[in-house]
Design a binder for this molecule. Structure first.
Ligand code: SF4
Length: 663
């Protein structure tokens, strides 16, 4: 029996996209899909094996799980519900369905009565109705259209998988029910093309087999279209095929719904070809089809490179094509960076024949298969593996370990990572901490290696380090009370009070993260590993020369830096403060320091006590004032005119002289 496969069959763009999004999501986060991702039990089971389970309502979803919206789309209320619960949404709604949703919402906003042509129980239609608002009316047949009342303005759109013919008939009927009809043809090309090709094929064969989910609307439509032209059977898997269906048939046709994966189509094709074997007459490409089964590993030579794909001569009738996303783990790499024309490469068949007749290959999958054994051994031996960071994703990094490996943000380094992008392109030193070949899941850690190395260094340091040692370290973290300095194996605390002899408000005035600093070991507790470091201890204390600089009785100038109830502290030099006691502020009684001084005042005072060993200098403004007043008195006295001593004789003599003159 001759078996003809429809030129366009199987996964459509929207379904393929949704599956790829789901697979990418589950690599980095637990995920669930709201309803089956596609209407195909076998694929749903495969997805469940990879960890993507199906939920029916948002109540079943936790905030840790990513919620995948399938290609059918959902009503706006679902996005709102997810947002309220803090659930991350991965929206795999097919762009064609999104277009229908947008048009429905816009039509309703414009005050048009929205008619959605489609199966009102289908999730896609229910989603579109959600966007169109409560007034929208779903209909599926011309009869239902006939029952509609008259509306001033009507807008009609269709479920993407509805037959175009039916839509046209309904549009004709709707014209009788309105003064103004807006028609949005939202039927998807993929569906229409598959239906057209299936219909043409059905005209030429004795029997048609449509393979796909029984609950898949587009598969059912294909079956209906084919059944109108020839004897047709709808099956989900090859096991359902029956010999009796083909007893009289010379030629059978095969098509598949948009949610049917290639591997199921291939199984059905093979089994159909084996039926009525004596009459089998296979065309040459069909022979190739049998050899080039899905998952086959092939070797070929690169013959052409474009920006989107690589063409490989695999020695068959048609060339193999490797799309960019199947070339390498790194999704953003340019093809020329990976292969050159003439290179021999291995790849895995992921689609026997695409719409253009090429065999679609994946080099990435071939690399992954090769990596499985190696990663299994590495997971067991805990050996270090270097790997380049190829992508930054939510919550971590993707590295190339022959397959996509995930390094959670918490496993990159010992401290907190603020910006993951800094690691892009870097080579990390990694260890496999989780490996599940069946789910293609590899989780790696660099932190675990760094932590072990740090523990060894720390042990060595604890054995050799002693108080008083001067070491070099790097400032790793700054807190209000100091800074943590990594001295190469362990962190020590450089307390704010040990940073400088002067008063500082915050450690950031002295150091910044990443600074290399020389510090002294002040204290080391062997038991706990607690390490205290000092910076100021490496400088000469400003109190060393205080006795000679500020002897008792000397006059000093300084700035008021602090006021307390019992006096004011005056900074004489960096790190050297003197106290002017309240009783020494003035030559009269002072009740409050602020009556005389304020912070920032420049003052002169007299040193009345100097005790460097206690870091104490007492100053007096009062003494200075008294000294000044005494000096003034002395000066006043000194400026009096000289008075000659006077004798009684002088006085009497002068009196006699005066009397004599009067006489
Ligand atoms: S059938 Fe068309 S509209 Fe539906 S998911 Fe596929 S591509 Fe999208």
């Amino acid at each position: 029996m001759n078996v003809k496969l429809a030129a366009k069959a199987g996964f459509c763009f929207g379904v393929k996209r949704a599956l790829e999004m789901a697979e990418r999501t589950v690599e980095t986060s637990p995920a669930v899909s709201l309803g089956p991702l596609i209407h195909n039990q076998q694929v749903v089971k495969r997805l469940a094996d990879r960890g993507i389970h199906v939920v029916d309502t948002l109540i079943e979803v936790t905030a840790e799980q990513a919620l995948i919206i399938r290609s059918h789309g959902v009503a706006p209320s679902v996005y709102k519900g997810a947002e309220d619960k803090g659930i991350q949404v991965v929206d795999a709604t097919c762009p064609f369905v999104q277009k229908a949703q947008r048009l429905a919402a816009k039509s309703a906003q414009m005050g048009q009565q929205v008619i959605v042509m489609g199966d009102k129980l289908h999730p896609e239609v229910q989603g579109i109705l959600g966007w169109a608002g409560e007034q929208a009316i779903p209909i599926q047949t011309v009869e239902e259209a006939k029952e509609l009342s008259f509306y001033p303005r009507l807008s009609v759109l269709a479920q993407t998988t509805q037959p175009a013919e039916n839509f046209k008939r309904i549009v004709q009927e709707l014209k009788l029910h309105t003064a103004e009809l807006t028609v949005h043809d939202t039927i998807c090309n993929a569906t229409a093309e598959r239906q057209k090709v299936a219909s043409e094929l059905a005209e030429t064969v004795d029997v048609m087999v449509v393979v796909g989910g029984r609950n898949s609307a587009n598969t059912q439509k294909l079956a209906i279209i084919c059944a109108e032209r020839t004897k047709t059977y709808l099956i989900e898997t090859a096991d359902e095929l029956e010999n009796t269906w083909f007893e009289e048939a010379k030629c059978a046709g095969l098509t598949a719904g948009a949610s049917t994966p290639d591997w199921i189509i291939e199984e059905v094709y093979k089994k159909m070809s084996e039926m009525n074997e004596t009459e089998m007459d296979m065309a040459s490409w069909e022979e190739s089809f049998q050899e080039l089964h899905l998952g086959a590993r092939v070797t070929g030579t690169v013959v052409k490179i474009t920006n989107e794909e690589i063409f490989v001569d695999i020695g068959w009738k048609s060339e193999g094509v490797i799309p960019m996303n199947e070339l390498k783990i790194a999704r953003k790499t340019r093809p020329e960076e990976i292969v050159s024309i003439g290179n021999k490469i291995s790849a895995v068949v992921i689609r026997v024949e695409n719409e253009e007749g090429y065999t679609v290959l994946s080099k990435r999958k071939a690399d992954e298969e090769g990596a499985v054994d190696r990663l299994e051994k590495l997971a067991e031996s805990k050996e270090e593996i270097p790997a380049v960071v190829v992508e930054v994703v939510k919550g971590g990094l993707v590295v190339d370990v022959g397959m996509r490996g995930f390094v959670p943000a918490s496993q990159i380094q010992l401290g907190y990572v603020e910006d993951l992008n800094q690691f892009l392109g870097q080579t990390l030193r990694l260890r496999v901490i989780e490996f599940d070949p069946s789910k293609r899941k590899v989780v790696l850690s660099q932190k675990i290696i760094l932590a072990e190395e740090q523990a060894i260094k720390r042990k060595q340091l604890l054995e050799t380090l002693k108080e008083g040692d001067v070491v070099t370290g790097v400032v790793r973290r700054i807190v209000d009370f100091g800074a943590f300095v990594d001295i190469g194996g362990m962190d020590g605390l450089l307390h704010i009070s040990d940073m400088a002899y002067t008063r500082i408000k915050h450690p950031s005035e002295m150091v910044t993260i990443g600074d290399e600093v020389e510090v002294q070991v002040l204290k080391l507790e062997q038991q706990t590993g607690k390490l205290s470091l000092g910076l100021k201890q490496l400088k000469e204390s400003p109190w060393v020369r205080v006795a000679e600089k500020y002897p008792v009785g000397s006059l000093v100038n300084g700035k008021v830096i602090r006021i307390v109830t019992f006096g004011a502290f005056v900074q004489l030099a960096e790190g050297v403060d003197g106290l002017v006691h309240i009783s020494q502020l003035a030559d009269h009684r002072v009740n409050k320091v602020e009556e005389i001084l304020k912070i920032g005042d420049l003052v002169s005072a007299k040193v009345i006590e100097c005790k460097p060993e206690e870091k104490r200098i007492s100053l007096s403004i009062r003494d200075l004032m008294l000294d000044a007043s005494q000096a003034d008195d002395e000066l006043a006295l000194a400026s009096q005119p000289e008075i000659k001593p006077v004798t009684i004789g002088d006085i009497l003599g002068k009196g006699i002289l005066a009397e004599n003159r009067e006489e």
